[in-house]
Design a protein. Structure first.
Length: 453
């Protein structure tokens, strides 16, 4: 098997954690969290704090494994070591055919949404054409210029912190010094109380830290640098998000944030800086979203390589073959692009036509967290050299977090506590897509005899 070269350092790994996470969700999920907490800022901040705690617990527990395992694709390596080759294959297939394509394609749309706002294009089909262009360019960069893509990830991380820090600092000062604004009216049936759903929405905004493990085999001294990147990156993100959310409430009343939706941060910056300043702020938001798109694409183009390198999946030798010029699998990158286009069409039918649920982004994350339980149980069972806290307390907390997210993602939480069945219906539609992919994937699984654990 051809091997990937170690070409990234700790700054790139931290940049992947911070860069993939910060850059989209915090901008276009803020109003959704407020809606699900009945418009109450205190509960919204609590939801962001709980979501951040789930991220930190999960990332810290993963870091315990990252010190021992380094192969080709982080999380897949961990699942394989913990649950066997078949479990690793199932997760690798899910990541490559469902998780990455869903998130990559929606980030292309989000980036295009803010870009069209920046240049004054009408929303609608134009936004989707721009999104298609962003998606195509992101894959081209990562397939034919992976080193450039890594450098781009570092640079966009620094840039994307600018709008977050601006809202956090200036907004907090305004909130302390200004009188409370009069609340604008909201359309009927805008608010609801679903605290579990609010936490799940924040998890989308916090998601991405695990994608950094996809460069495990390309990271210098990964057994030390990957754990550092996961923990340090998570702490940076949590602090930035909480300060941003408090700051945004200093610019705009809660109801105004809900009314403005995805455009709330742009409106806030424009009110304070004027039209020209608001335009520059919008530029930073677009760069932030494109940085997130780039980070997800970095994981997506490596998906089928991680499968083929294990002699699994369709035509594994083709996907495991690396280009001598770019040190990437061109076949893996191309398939990742095609699958992203498939889910790009799904998002078009969901958002533009209203024919499918628009919750696939959060559901695919909740579904993945369930598989992490295999890793957490493995730590408790076999990591005898760890302290009691690291071996039992943290994995147990991580299991509780994974179960909670699965309950909220599947709709069982809403059914039990809110007597709402709508979320379960949306989950079943998503499950149909996921299980179809899993069925196809198992047709290509090659059984091998594994040593007893």
């Amino acid at each position: 098997m051809e091997k990937l070269k170690r070409k990234y350092g700790l700054p790139t790994a931290i940049a992947m954690v911070v860069g993939i996470v910060i850059g989209s969700g915090i901008f276009f999920k803020a109003d959704d969290v407020l809606k699900l907490t009945n418009g109450k800022l205190s509960l919204s901040i609590l939801a962001w704090a709980v979501g951040g705690l789930i991220m930190l617990i999960s990332a810290y527990t993963f870091s315990l494994v990252a010190r021992k395992v380094e192969k080709v694709n982080g999380v897949v390596d961990y699942i394989e070591a913990a649950g066997g080759k078949k479990a690793g294959y199932v997760v690798a297939w899910y990541l490559s055919t469902v998780y990455y394509p869903i998130l990559t394609s929606i980030l292309a749309f989000v980036s295009a949404n803010y870009f069209c706002s920046l240049i004054g294009l009408d929303y609608g089909q134009t936004t989707w054409l721009v999104a298609f262009g962003f998606l195509t360019l992101s894959f081209a960069l990562n397939i034919w210029g992976p080193k450039l893509a890594g450098n781009y990830q570092v640079s966009t991380t620094l840039i994307k912190l600018i709008p977050v820090i601006f809202i956090a600092v200036i907004g907090t000062i305004l909130g302390i010094t200004n009188e409370p604004a009069v609340a604008p009216l909201l359309p009927p049936n805008t608010l609801k109380f679903d605290f579990g759903g609010a936490i799940l929405v924040t998890i989308f905004a916090y998601e991405g830290w695990v994608v950094a493990t996809s460069i495990n085999a390309e990271l210098n001294d990964s057994k030390k640098n990957m754990p550092r990147a996961l923990v340090l990156g998570s702490l940076i993100v949590i602090g930035a998000y909480l300060l941003y959310y408090v700051g945004l409430s200093g610019f705009l009343h809660n109801n105004e944030i809900i009314n403005k939706g995805d455009q709330a941060p742009i409106v806030a910056a424009t009110q304070f800086l004027g039209k020209i300043g608001g335009t520059f702020f919008n530029v930073f938001v677009v760069i932030s979203c494109l940085g997130t798109l780039n980070g997800l694409t970095m994981g997506c183009v490596r998906g089928f390589y991680s499968i083929g390198s294990r002699k699994q999946g369709p035509n594994p030798d083709s996907f495991a073959k690396l280009s001598q010029k770019t040190n990437t699998s061109l076949a893996s990158g191309f398939v990742g692009y095609v699958l992203s286009l498939v889910f790009f069409l799904v998002w078009f039918l969901a958002i533009h036509k209203g024919l499918l649920p628009g919750t696939f982004d959060t559901l695919t994350i909740a579904f993945l967290y369930l598989s992490y339980i295999i890793i957490y149980r493995w730590i408790m069972r076999t990591f005898t050299d760890l302290s009691f806290f690291n071996r039992y307390i943290m994995p147990t907390l991580a299991i509780v977090c994974a179960i909670f997210l699965t309950l909220t993602g599947s709709g069982l939480y809403q059914l039990i506590f809110l007597q709402s069945f709508n979320e379960i219906k949306e989950f079943l539609i998503y499950l149909g897509f996921a299980m179809t992919s899993m069925f196809i994937g198992m047709l290509y699984y090659r059984s091998t005899k594994e040593p007893a654990k």
